[in-house]
Design a protein around this ligand. Structure first.
Ligand SMILES: [Zn+2]
Length: 232
């Protein structure tokens, strides 16, 4: 089963509104590749959770993209390097994780560009440093879309979020996530490795990954996922 879903551009829910509010913005639509998943982690790096998540990914040899908060990267440079050294990709999730959609153009640019500068500073030129950007909470505005375009960023949202208030045990998280993944036959998974208490995420992740692997899903890097999705 294939479904047209929004992977880069505007959230599906915003599309109708966006057509009026952002008449010049073209959302990019792509199909979800058959039984392909890509993993993304937002809000780290965080010494409480990122090392354990890296271990879980490393044990299973699966790649991920880390949408880091700039100030957390600056506070945890060794963790940032560890992410890259283990072959994962780093991406921009703003410097302070503000309500970006409420900020004016200059502040939006500042939030994005300070992260780029900090990451380049900490990592040097690295093929693991991507042009992907994810706005906090997935919220968008005209200013955010303009900045993304001007700065040659690639906006990446998600299909399935691991964290949800309705699930409170690792088993419940696994069931909900796997059910959503199966409904869509794959997609971009979003989990969090920082800011709030992510203990439940760390506990659920091995269950979800093992289910995905057992059920024949390919877990690929984000660039490969997007490439496959665009070619469909
Ligand atoms: Zn976030």
């Amino acid at each position: 089963m294939r479904r047209w879903i929004l992977i880069v551009g505007l959230l599906a829910a915003l599309l109708l509104v966006a057509a009026q509010v952002f008449p010049d913005n073209r959302a990019t639509l792509a199909e979800v590749p058959d039984k392909v998943v890509t993993l993304t982690f937002d809000d780290g790096p965080d010494p409480r959770f990122t090392p354990e998540i890296l271990r879980i990914l490393g044990d299973r040899k699966v790649p991920a993209t880390f949408f880091v908060i700039g100030k957390n990267a600056v506070a945890n440079p060794d963790l940032l390097k560890q992410i890259v050294d283990q072959g994962h990709v780093v991406a921009n999730h703003t410097y302070n994780h503000p309500h970006l959609e409420e900020l004016g153009k200059e502040q939006v640019y500042e939030e994005l560009s300070t992260v780029d500068a900090a990451l380049s500073d900490l990592l040097g030129p690295s093929p693991r440093l991507s042009s992907y950007f994810r706005p906090p909470r997935g919220n968008l505005s005209r200013e955010i879309l303009a900045a993304v375009k001007d700065m040659n960023k690639e906006l990446v949202l998600w299909n399935v979020c691991v964290e949800n208030r309705s699930t409170t045990t690792p088993e419940e998280v696994r069931e909900r996530v796997m059910s959503l993944v199966k409904d869509q036959n794959g997609g971009i998974l979003l989990a969090h490795d920082g800011e709030l208490d992510r203990t439940l995420t760390v506990q659920s992740l091995p269950l979800i990954l093992d289910d995905l692997i057992r059920e024949g899903y390919r877990i690929v890097p984000l660039d490969e996922y997007l490439e496959i999705a665009r070619s469909l």
